[in-house]
Design a protein around this ligand. Structure first.
Ligand code: 9PG
Length: 501
């Protein structure tokens, strides 16, 4: 690493520029008059050898974030036909709607941190605080030029000290650079406890009923250990957005009785919800058009799951009151111990004239923590750094598929798509966050034969990678179908996982 040349420009004012060695903690605080930020950027020359590998952290949990070499390409969604893009909103899952992907070999970008490494020696570049705006590292391996952009153009500053950049640079072993970074942030994980268990998603998906869940629970009793997690995923609610009662046809006994049975079985109970979104069919959408986040006067679509879904506006007081009530019911009436909070990126696709995108995301995460008190949160579909130290556990990759890399045509789509292959990459390449920011959830592994096309070798690789790098270790099978051999394999994988730090 060498010198960092930085520029801060406010609308209608001359740029302020400076340079400083890119070493250790670099905090650029400058005094500015009040005004609107036009651009905050920095440049750094850090060439990368042909034999070196680099990592750029993707926008959110699901964003595929592999290590790359100089000749690789990072693909956005520009290659997807406009019609498909409009229909499926693939650009809304990631950063595509606000960041331009250069269609050029060797050009990469990432959020909040990244590194270039030669074997065991890492050169880490990272942010210490993202509140003013995401720190976007974009790199051209062809020239060795790194551009650092603070994602806060258009945001008003009241005048006074502007923390233009809070950066961290370090060179050394994996542990030394990541320990150094987290010490400099002052971030500690909320828990060091490991979490094993079950989630209902990766078998019947949304098509779960109370009977299915009770059936799987009975199977889990003969396999899982006391204190493990039994988590009900998407499919219990009448519509995404409506979280005050279950779908009474599918869950006639209600959620409290189910949570109580989970406890009687010796497990912690967990429930999935996507607090910041709703579908058109939900009563939230139909009865409260004023609760929706509007962009240019129109509700903001966040993707195509459930036939399309929209963001709620966290600044509408009634939304906050509604969600506070939802969490209160869930924890105090229904007795759940953990919530899997999903599609969180929807809270902050944009900032406002007074707050950046990431500032808004931090605020959304802090609201969740306030509403959940000391209960456990498993974050999912969330930009990672605003979740540091706030969620107990966090998904760090996309959903596994029931095969290796999903169907062929899907492979052409976005970086957040469902894929076992991509999930494994993220489990490996975001491993350093586990035990430092939160406990990493690598997503589930499979032992079952039915309804899963992974080969025995792929299942083994998935199980062992999750056991080695995850603080969370979940299955999504009905264990009553397990053979003796599968039970032995479960214990073997758990044994491996227990031994890891
Ligand atoms: C419930 C699921 C499960 C799962 C979550 C999340 O980009 N996509 O098309 C996409 C589809 C599904 C998805 C994530 C991304 O799954 O990760 O564990 O809870 O929601 O609906």
């Amino acid at each position: 690493m060498n010198r960092l040349f930085w520029t801060v420009t406010l609308e209608g004012q001359p740029p302020v520029i400076g340079s400083i060695p890119a070493e250790g903690e670099v905090r650029i605080n400058i005094d500015v008059p009040s005004g609107t930020i036009k651009a905050i950027t920095a440049h750094l020359y850090c060439p990368m050898e042909k034999t070196e590998k680099a990592f750029f952290n993707g926008y959110q949990s699901w964003s595929w974030s592999p290590e790359v070499v100089r000749d690789d390409r990072q693909r956005g969604v520009d290659h997807i036909p406009k019609l498909l893009l409009k229909q499926y909103s693939f650009d809304r899952y990631g950063d595509y709607h606000f960041w331009k992907y250069p269609r050029k070999k060797g050009c990469f970008h990432g959020y909040s941190y990244g590194y270039i490494r030669r074997e065991e020696s890492y050169r880490l570049f990272a942010s210490l605080d993202e509140r003013l705006g995401y720190t976007i590292f974009s790199y051209d391996a062809n020239t060795g030029e790194m551009t650092i952009t603070r994602d806060c153009a258009g945001v008003r500053h009241p005048g006074g000290v502007l923390s233009a950049f809070s950066l961290y640079f370090a060179e050394g072993t994996e542990n030394s650079v990541f320990d150094g970074w987290f010490a400099a942030i002052g971030c500690r994980p909320r828990t060091s406890k490991k979490l094993a268990g079950y989630t209902s998603w990766y078998n019947r998906y949304e098509a779960i009923t109370e009977q299915d869940v009770r059936n799987d629970l009975a199977g889990c009793c003969d396999l899982m250990h006391p204190g493990d997690l039994f988590q009900i995923d998407d499919g219990w609610e009448p519509h995404v957005g409506d979280w005050t009662k279950p779908d009474m046809e599918k869950f006639p006994g209600g959620m409290k009785a189910l949570s109580d049975t989970i406890h009687e079985s010796g497990f912690m109970s967990g429930l999935w919800l996507a607090p910041f979104v709703c579908t058109e069919k939900s009563s939230v959408f139909r009865n409260h058009p004023d609760w929706l986040l509007k962009v240019e006067g129109k509700p903001w679509k966040c993707g195509c799951n459930w036939g399309g879904f929209y963001a709620l506006d966290i600044d509408v007081l009634a939304v906050q009151e509604y969600l506070a009530g939802v969490f209160d019911r869930l924890f105090t009436k229904w007795n759940f111990d953990l919530v899997k909070l999903d599609f969180l990126y929807a809270a902050a696709p944009f900032g406002t004239a007074d707050e950046s995108r990431s500032g808004r995301m931090y605020r959304a995460m802090e609201l969740l923590r306030k509403w959940c008190g000391d209960k456990l949160i498993l974050g999912c579909g969330v930009p990672l750094m605003p979740a540091f130290g706030l969620v107990d556990y966090c998904r760090i990759g996309c959903d596994v598929s029931l095969d290796w890399d999903d169907v062929l045509y899907m492979r052409a789509f976005h970086r957040e798509r469902v894929s076992t292959r991509h999930s494994l990459d993220n489990t490996l390449y975001r491993r350093q966050l586990s035990g430092r920011a939160f406990g990493n959830d690598p997503d589930v592994f499979f032992l079952r034969k039915e309804n899963c096309k992974l080969t025995p070798a792929q299942k083994k690789q998935l199980a062992e990678t999750n056991a080695q790098y995850g603080q969370v270790l979940l299955i999504s099978d009905d264990p009553s179908s397990y053979t003796e051999e599968m039970r032995r394999e479960y214990e073997r994988v758990r044994g491996m996982w227990d031994k890891e730090l």
